[in-house]
Structures are given as structure tokens and as C-alpha cells.
Design a protein around this ligand. Structure first.
Ligand code: FE2
Ligand code: FE2
Length: 187
């Protein structure tokens, strides 16, 4: 493991205890890495995108359901962990309640990946084999189109990949899904 990845996992394990939460954070981390690979960003940036994704909900077990402080509690945690303010500001932009305009590609990617992982996780857990290795983009697209499936996940947010990132939906899903497949197991 490289330094950034090691450090990211260490911070995650320190602040997040529940399996479902940990899985969500890691999925967003690997999903972000997948998108950065798709965009052909240098390796160093790929690791940074992983960190941003993996740590985006670092206060998930500490903000007590008050959406108005989500990411603000996280900001303190991340500052104490020595994460740069630049990265913390990117992370904060994913909480709409803070009304921060998302201007950068990385911010828009985080917003869309966050939503998409909700559909991917629900889909994998629904499969009798719970095997992400057998999940295909076309199955995720089918679930994406079925509004009753994982209904709380905003399709609009995910679709922003097309307008904000210029990545067609199916390619976006593949980029996220394939990187999660390489790194994670839900069994
Ligand atoms: Fe969040
Ligand atoms: Fe999240």
C-alpha cells in the first residue's frame, strides 16, 4: 500500500466503526479513484481522489443526524488528522445543506459518485451471491432506471456526470464499478 492509501484507511478505521458506513466510505473512495483513472489523472491525483472519496463522510457516526453540521464536524476531525484545508473544502461541498457551490471537477465527481454507490451497494446486497465481481454495468443501469429501487438515491445527482463531467452515464458507472470490483468484497 502506498502512503496516502495507508493513511486514509488508518483515519477511516479510527473514526468509523459500523460495517455499512465503512463500506460506503470505501466505495466512494474507490469510485472516485475509478473516475480519476477514466480522466487519466496522474497517479498522485488518483490517490488524492481516493482519499477525498473515502473521507467524505468521516463524521457519519458523529454528526447525530443533523444535516446542517454534516461535514462541519468532519472538518474538525480532518484538521486534527492533518488533512489540508483545500481537500476539506472539496469534501464539504458534497453537503447541499452547506450551500457551497461545486465548481471543480473533483467536487462534481464526489457528488455523483456518492449517489451512484448507493445504487451499486443496494444492487450487490440484493444479489443472492452478494458477489460484486458478477455485477455488470447494464444491471446497474436497469436499477438506475427503476425509480422504486433504492428510491432515496437521487438519479438527478448521478446524471450530473453527463453535464458537469462530460462523462456518459454508462461510462461513468463502469469507471466507478470496475474500481470497486478490484478492491472490495461484500460477502
Ligand atoms: Fe455525506
Ligand atoms: Fe456519502
Amino acid at each position: 500500500m502506498n502512503n496516502t492509501k495507508e493513511k486514509t484507511i488508518e483515519i477511516l478505521n479510527k473514526h468509523i466503526k459500523e460495517k455499512a458506513n465503512l463500506e460506503h466510505c470505501l466505495m466512494v473512495g474507490y469510485g472516485m479513484k475509478g473516475v480519476s483513472k477514466y480522466l487519466k489523472l496522474p497517479e498522485e491525483k488518483q490517490e488524492e481522489w481516493f482519499l477525498i472519496g473515502a473521507l467524505h463522510d468521516i463524521d457519519i457516526e458523529k454528526y447525530n443526524g443533523d444535516i446542517n453540521v454534516h461535514c462541519l464536524v468532519g472538518e474538525k476531525i480532518l484538521q486534527e488528522e492533518g488533512i489540508s484545508q483545500e481537500i476539506i473544502d472539496i469534501i464539504k461541498s458534497h453537503n447541499d445543506a452547506l450551500k457551497i457551490e461545486r465548481k471543480e471537477t473533483v467536487e462534481n465527481a464526489l457528488f455523483s459518485v456518492d449517489g451512484l454507490t448507493g445504487i451499486i451497494r443496494a444492487y450487490v446486497l440484493m444479489r443472492p451471491d452478494k458477489e460484486i465481481k458478477n455485477a455488470e454495468t447494464k444491471s446497474i443501469i436497469k436499477k438506475f432506471k427503476d425509480k422504486t429501487f433504492a428510491a432515496a438515491v437521487s438519479r438527478e445527482e448521478i446524471r450530473l456526470c453527463e453535464t458537469k463531467l462530460n462523462i456518459p452515464l454508462n461510462e461513468f458507472i463502469t469507471a466507478v464499478l470496475e474500481e470497486i470490483k478490484i478492491n472490495m468484497d461484500f460477502k
